[in-house]
Design a protein around this ligand. Structure first.
Ligand code: TXA
Ligand code: MG
Length: 370
């Protein structure tokens, strides 16, 4: 049971000068240093932070999120000196990756130093570390003087938070402080890369793609648990977070991949039969070009269209805004009171790998090629 906490909410403006920012972060940084919990923005998603060196503080994260404690946490740092206190060994090629991608949306999994507690590593002999590319996050960590363990700042199982609004919805009364610092740029959590061996292995796809890592250090593999269209829920996953149902709205999620004309035709027919036969309210998440066509088609069926909500995911020509809007749109489906959401999937190239990974999990593998 969670005792209701008084949560301090601190609004930070993009226009704040450095001195103003530091003044606003003074108390939140002290809260962290003293073992409290602070939700803060990063470029990927909002994180719920606590001192990574304090087991009691870490327990507060698990309690607030309702998260199983065998699921390890990413430790966020603001300087490479902090990395030395966590990682037992950093292979030479990893410095090339660090130079290229940090601060940024990639997490490296290292063999851990013995001082890193099991509470953070989830019982593994490794530790996941990230230097976020976000001024508020970097200043908060630096001012606290501690490495900060932070999972995404959502109730476990829900879509990750990309706006302060949903962090407040999920965590007000459950954490000590929430920093309100605008929307997350990337919208998808970081790439998680195992760098304990000679060849890096992607454990969770993200904004930094396999192609980019290969171009940087010559080789990159993908963990077998994230290949294929069905999620591997068996046994001990390499990245334990991958085995839980995730990112799911209350509505049923179905994902369809195919040509524009085939998917539009399918969405049009499928929503009619779901509304008429099953009496469902239907959401459609698709590109804005597809939405324009669908709106014209539904204009002929006003009584059906009344039960259909179309959520646009940006242009088909650039998947950046698809990634940025994905989690918020999944939450929106419930707000709109829909029973089901039909989602246009993408090919698994570039950012498409990360987008489809999240959609496979949100839909529990209900991905169809049409
Ligand atoms: O972008 C992000 O990574 C965000 C922001 C807040 O930085 N954080 C985030 O944390 O997504 P979380 O806890 O929701 O996801 C952490 C992922 C999980 O899949 C977990 O299993 C994996 O990282 N992970 C953490 N430590 C690991 C380790 N030692 N070995 C393998 N996987 C690990
Ligand atoms: Mg998460």
């Amino acid at each position: 049971m969670n005792t209701q906490k008084k949560t301090m909410v601190v609004a930070i403006e993009a226009a704040d000068e450095m001195a103003t920012l530091d003044a606003k972060l003074k108390i939140p940084a002290e809260i962290l240093a003293k073992g409290g919990t602070v939700a803060f923005p990063t470029e990927t998603v909002y994180g719920l932070g606590a001192n990574a060196l304090d087991d009691l503080a870490i327990q507060k994260i698990y309690d607030a999120k309702g998260r199983p404690s065998d699921n390890p946490l990413i430790v966020h740092i603001a300087s490479l000196e902090m990395l030395d206190t966590l990682a037992l060994e950093v292979k030479p090629y990893v410095y090339t990756l660090i130079k290229t991608f940090w601060p940024g949306p990639i997490t490296f999994v290292f063999k851990k130093r013995p001082e890193v507690s099991k509470k953070v590593s989830g019982g593994l002999d490794t530790v996941a570390v990230r230097m976020p590319n976000h001024l508020i996050a970097l200043r908060l960590i630096a001012l606290s003087g501690k490495p900060i363990a932070a999972p995404s700042a959502n109730i476990s199982g829900k879509p990750s938070p990309t706006t302060s609004k949903v962090v407040i919805e999920d965590l007000l009364g459950r954490v000590d402080c929430i920093l309100d610092g605008g929307d997350s740029e990337v919208g998808l959590e970081s790439t998680v890369l195992d760098v304990t061996g000679d060849v890096p292995i992607i454990l969770r796809p993200g904004k930094v793609t396999r192609e980019q890592i290969e171009a940087c250090v010559g080789a990159c593999e993908i963990d077998s648990a994230i290949k294929g269209s069905i999620i591997d829920t068996s046994g001990m996953a390499r990245s334990p977070g991958m085995k839980y149902k995730h990112y799911a709205p209350k509505a049923e999620v179905y994902v369809y991949v195919g040509s524009t004309s085939d998917v539009i035709r399918f969405f049009y027919k499928e929503s009619q039969s779901r509304v008429m036969t099953l009496h469902e309210r239907v959401a459609i998440m698709t590109f804005e070009e597809d939405a324009e066509v669908l709106v014209k088609l539904f204009a002929h069926l006003p009584e059906i269209y009344e039960q259909v909500e179309i959520i646009t995911m940006g242009s088909a020509k650039d998947w950046t805004s698809y990634g940025k809007k994905l989690f918020d749109s999944l939450r929106q489906v419930d707000v709109l009171g829909c029973d089901v959401v039909l989602v246009r999937g993408v090919e698994e190239i570039g950012l498409g790998g990360a987008i489809m990974n999240r959609l496979k999990k949100a839909s529990e593998g209900k991905v169809t090629r049409i």
